[in-house]
Design a protein around this ligand. Structure first.
Ligand SMILES: NC(=O)c1ccc[n+]([C@@H]2O[C@H](COP(=O)([O-])OP(=O)(O)OC[C@H]3O[C@@H](n4cnc5c(N)ncnc54)[C@H](OP(=O)(O)O)[C@@H]3O)[C@@H](O)[C@H]2O)c1
Length: 342
């Protein structure tokens, strides 16, 4: 697996902090008055951190919010309802580290004839060392990439996300990615999906790689859904910058101790970090554009490997082949990469 050197890795990670102070935003926060009445918003990992702040923001704007979460039931939903002053908030169970659970969520949405107008793929994880998903894949590859691919495939195939008609609002798919994707040089298709054991030292390297998968997929999805240039489904991505959240909760105590003061001083509170997500979900022009990447409140290009259309097409094919081993209903080859689940 080819990835970058140590310096590259940490400079990509640190840029989230540095850019927050050194780069002036070029986009204005979406005013509170911009409403989402009548729009259904599904947010993954909405029980804490950035995801919870996103759920509150969207619910405050009148959106009907579906919080797709593994934990926090029902308290996080009640908290979001209270903070947003809205009753249009539901919690749904999903464990994104288990493809069967992703299918079960989609089955439920289909049974309940739900429509999704705005999909925010926020859930993220940073394990202290390599772990396997239920199907045996590396956890971040499974949660950040595979689960999102399955979720989107199903929502599109089952008509829960439908391209905009001539007069309708354009559905939006918003990926929460990370600037750290720049630290990963390329996706190793020779070894695609294979589990690699790693320890604390290499956690960030595999985090960056999983986000490169996600960025590359987001760009490919945008190209495939909008082949003529006319935007029928807006697929946009963003990095929220450094957020004072629980993402590094598995880090060893000495690292946490080291990071704690920096986090409090330099990382943005989730309700402040929500600004680029609100922009992607609500700004009028973002419904007419696709393939956009925001880092904080600035538009940027993703890294060259993420923008590479041939890598995107290959990622699409390879992941399709891999997911064919895990069909809906779980009758496929469980434990493909062997071993225990998370
Ligand atoms: N924090 C940062 O500095 C930073 C910077 C750039 C990008 N991001 C991205 O921002 C997003 C939000 O992260 P955060 O900072 O808000 O972290 P967080 O507080 O740790 O929240 C992560 C969320 O993802 C959920 N999640 C993780 N694994 C899951 C699974 N298997 N199934 C369902 N949900 C799962 C968590 O649920 P549980 O509560 O059940 O674990 C939690 O709700 C992530 O995609 C992250 O990569 C964060």
């Amino acid at each position: 697996m080819r990835t970058s050197n140590y310096n590259r890795k940490f400079s990509a990670f640190a840029s989230g902090v540095v850019d927050r102070f050194s780069q002036r935003p070029t986009l204005r926060p979406v005013p509170e008055g911009v409403r989402l009445d009548g729009r259904v918003c599904l947010v993954t990992g909405a029980n804490r951190g950035l995801g919870r702040a996103v759920a509150v923001d969207l619910a405050k704007r009148g959106g009907e919010v579906l919080m797709a979460c593994r934990s926090g039931h029902p308290d996080a939903g009640e908290e979001v309802r209270r903070l947003a002053g809205s009753n249009a908030v539901d919690m749904l169970y999903v464990d994104l580290a288990d493809l069967d659970s992703v299918h079960a969520l989609c089955d439920r949405l289909e049974r309940e004839r739900r429509r999704v107008d705005i999909l925010v793929l926020n859930a993220g994880v940073m394990p202290a060392k390599a772990r396997r998903s239920a199907q045996g894949y590396e956890l971040m590859f499974a949660v950040h990439f595979l689960a999102n691919r399955v979720l989107i495939d199903r929502l599109l195939a089952d008509g829960m996300i439908r391209p905009a008609g001539p007069d309708g609002e354009t559905p939006r798919i918003v990926f929460i990615v990370s600037e750290t994707h720049r630290a990963a040089e390329s996706i190793d298709f020779g070894d695609f999906g294979a589990f690699t054991d790693y320890g604390l030292k290499d956690g960030l390297k595999y985090y960056a790689l999983s986000k490169l998968h996600l960025c590359t997929y987001a760009q490919e999805l945008s190209r495939r859904l909008n082949p003529e240039g006319e935007v029928r489904i807006a697929v946009n991505s963003l990095c929220p910058g450094a957020v004072d959240s629980d993402l590094m909760r598995e880090a060893p105590w000495f690292l946490k101790l080291l990071l704690q003061p920096a986090k409090r001083l330099l990382f943005a509170a989730p309700d402040k970090a929500v600004a680029p997500v609100a922009h992607a979900c609500c700004a009028e022009d973002m419904g007419r554009r696709s393939g956009v990447y925001l880092h904080l409140m600035r538009e940027k290009e993703m890294s060259a490997p993420a923008m590479d259309a041939s890598a995107g097409a290959r990622l699409w094919r390879e992941s399709e082949a891999l997911l064919a081993r895990h069909p809906r209903g779980g009758e496929g080859a469980r434990g493909f990469a062997t071993g225990e689940s998370e």
